[in-house]
Design a protein around this ligand. Sequence first.
Ligand SMILES: O=C(O)CCC(=O)C(=O)O
Ligand SMILES: [Fe+2]
Length: 287
Amino acid sequence: MQTKAAVDDNPIKNWLKTSPLAAPMTVARMMMAGYRGYPTSWDNEDEQTRGILNALNTRGYYVYEGYYTPEQCAAMRNEIDTVIEDNKDSVSFDDLIGDARLFGAEKVSEMIDQFNKDEYFQKLSDLYHGEHAPAPFTMAARLVPNDINKDKDHGWHRDSLRRQFKTIVYLDDVTEENGPFQYITESQHMSSIFFDTMSGQIPYMSSAITAQSVKRLTDKDPSRLHTVTGKAGTVVIADTTGIHRGSTIKSGHRYALTNYYMFQDLIGPYMNDYFGPLAYRESAANS
Ligand SMILES: O=C(O)CCC(=O)C(=O)O
Ligand SMILES: [Fe+2]
């Protein structure tokens, strides 16, 4: 049996990963994964809705300010502390770096469930996916600075090669210091997936993307790098097919809630293997 090291050392495989074939192979994989073009059937929606969806379609993300008041954000931060404390068995703790993430936090908190069930974001998801695409779970996250990550320039990735949409609400004021969301604009387009893979020299089969690859893209066009700072209560709405990351937190903390919207055929019990026991619930598939 070949060991992993032996596979990684395979010169043909390595050549394929970084060869000019990486780009067409990535696009082929994306189409096999069920890529759907970009529906634009929101012409009859109100101006704000059209503006948000058009921003997702072109640049890749939209910033919606003032979803929660500062007081609601404070209450929500307390709520996250409580659900993390009360559901330790379901929380992914990174003891080394101190981060805590609870996938499915809405199942143990009515407050968080309201964000999960937000009707307007659900409507945006349905329009953007071109079909009903619910959020089977919300992730509550509490991020803090740590010595291991503090000097690292990493974390870039695509969530999926199939259209995906997330809403992330900042529950702290987010500056350059405490882990702002960053996005490479237009990287969600199939054409960019092709050309960025080439010019960034992004290896085939890699959802993680090195800082070096991203630098190649931003050196070519610095205006593509966007860092989303914002007051507590700001919601980042993003097509996470595009290249993005939560940047490294250097000081303070960053509490946030993230709704994971998904095509219904992707929702199933297997999610609990990836995200923990609260992620999947039967009714979500039919909600
Ligand atoms: O929390 C963030 O800023 C982004 C994290 C992320 O990559 C995601 O939710 O897909
Ligand atoms: Fe992501």
